[in-house]
Ligand binder design. Structure first.
Ligand SMILES: Cc1cc2nc3c(=O)[nH]c(=O)nc-3n(C[C@H](O)[C@H](O)[C@H](O)COP(=O)(O)OP(=O)(O)OC[C@H]3O[C@@H](n4cnc5c(N)ncnc54)[C@H](O)[C@@H]3O)c2cc1C
Length: 424
């Protein structure tokens, strides 16, 4: 027998898998992260229940009237743009049936550069992705008005013809309804593993047992921090407010989503959606006038031609919605099995002293417990892909994404990073 070779990344392998005997899965959270993964598992024959503290899906971050399937490409070959490209490619096919059924619009997304740095980056991006013009193409100033429907001032822009906008709350609702997935209303306070029953017991704030399930997926956004198993994740809660404003005769000609400092959607029922603001230290969902003004200022900073066609909407005509993004320290989502933090810290303690030490010990993971969160400002782009990866992993399939990109989103990455930096 050959000796096990020391690996630099054995922590991605599960050393202690607990075999699955039943096909029951409980998903905590009925936002886009929870609903996509619930649907992906249901399609694979699992018996899935979604639990949320609200009585309907898409009640928190995923409750905006519109969300953009956003790109985030870069001239550099970094993990973030690579994950983003894989995600938007997957998402554009995933949402096609929803678009075809009349939800949102498969109208394309136009990104205009907001400053000189973005202008030079865009040139490099179009060179980098020159062989993927079906995904992204550069549009010169002369063609911008014909394409977008509005007389933009930008000298050029990046066009993503396969993307568009969707109403996230309706998508969440449909994912559950179309797949016959029950939604149980409960505010889950704790998860405890029963070795005897080999399942997770989910209890609410009154310590009442809500559900027992062999497999659990925590998709509760920032509130993943509430559970002892996922409290270590470096998540941040960032408030955002969108503004809805009436269209004008000129702005109603807008044909696609336009992004720059902010995004703005083509008019729907006489309203444009625009957003969003970023507030790190504000924890209210009350709408604020100042944030509507910030959104209007961001439109002006995006493109003077765009601002001109929208005119000056009165304060009274503005509506909107505010909620919270859940972001990660590296801006990548988190999708995968939940590590047994205490065991990992012990097994890999040596990394504190020697970050390059080759190891053979595989990772220790909590039995059949997974997490899907940290979608930041791009939940609509990332969730279909992370859901597919998780469902494939749980079903024992090989995920259709490179190992490197799966690892970039793996929940264990923060533990290993901190150990290597001797921070924990
Ligand atoms: C203003 C604003 C604008 C945005 N615009 C865009 C956009 O244009 N495009 C885009 O892709 N993204 C956008 N985003 C980000 C996007 O909304 C999020 O990435 C996405 O909705 C996150 O989905 P989620 O399912 O992870 O979280 P959520 O939608 O917040 O879902 C988490 C769910 O878990 C439930 N929950 C939490 N704790 C518990 C518990 N203990 N027990 C039971 N249930 C629990 C909550 O009730 C909630 O329903 C925007 C966000 C904001 C705030």
């Amino acid at each position: 027998m050959s000796k096990p070779q020391p690996s630099t990344t054995p922590w991605y392998k599960t050393g202690n898998p607990v075999p699955r005997t039943r096909k029951t899965v409980a998903v905590i959270g009925a936002g886009i992260s929870g609903c996509t993964v619930a649907a992906a598992l249901k399609k694979r024959g699992f018996e899935v229940t979604v639990i949320d503290r609200h009585d309907h899906a898409g009640a928190e971050a995923s409750g905006n009237p519109e969300g953009i399937v956003y790109p985030k490409l870069s001239p550099r070959d970094d993990l973030l743009p690579r994950v983003n490209l894989a995600a938007i490619q997957f998402a554009s096919d995933y949402y096609k049936p929803f678009w075809d059924s009349g939800l949102g619009r498969h109208c394309g997304v136009l990104v205009v550069p907001e400053n000189d740095k973005a202008r030079s980056d865009f040139k490099l991006i179009s060179q980098r992705y020159a062989d993927q013009t079906e995904m992204v193409e550069t549009i010169a100033h002369e063609q911008l008005e014909a394409l977008s429907g509005v007389p933009l001032k930008a000298e050029s822009a990046l066009h993503f013809p396969k993307l568009g906008w969707l109403p996230p709350q309706l998508i969440c609702k449909q994912l559950l309804e179309l797949n016959n997935i029950p939604l149980v209303q409960a505010n889950i306070q704790s998860l405890e593993y029963s070795d005897k029953q080999r399942d997770w017991q989910l209890r609410d704030v009154d310590q009442q047992l809500v559900i027992e399930s062999e497999t659990v997926i925590i998709a509760s956004a920032f509130d993943c921090k509430k559970f002892s198993q996922t409290a270590y994740l470096p998540l941040r809660k960032i408030r955002g407010q969108i503004t809805q404003m009436p269209c004008t005769a000129e702005s109603s000609k807008m044909k696609m989503v336009i992004c720059g400092e902010c995004y703005i959607t083509p008019a729907e029922n006489g309203l444009h959606g625009c957003g969003a603001t970023y507030n790190k230290d504000l924890f209210t969902t009350e709408l604020r006038d100042i944030d509507h003004q910030t959104n209007l200022a961001q439109i002006a900073a995006t493109d003077a031609g765009l601002a001109a066609v929208l005119g000056q909407p009165s304060k009274e005509s503005l509506t909107g919605r505010a909620n919270f993004r859940c972001t990660t320290s590296d801006y990548l989502p988190i999708a995968g099995p939940v590590p047994d933090r205490a065991a990992m810290l012990e097994d890999y303690a040596i990394l504190r002293r020697d970050a390059k030490m080759p190891m053979t010990t595989p990772g220790a993971y909590l039995p059949n417990l997974y997490v899907n969160c940290g979608m930041g400002s791009r939940g609509l782009s990332y969730a279909p892909l992370t859901a597919e990866l998780l469902a494939a992993k749980i079903a024992g399939e090989t995920p259709a994404l490179s190992e490197e990109l799966c690892q970039a989103m793996h929940p264990v990455r923060f533990l290993i990073r901190d150990l290597k930096r001797n921070r924990i």
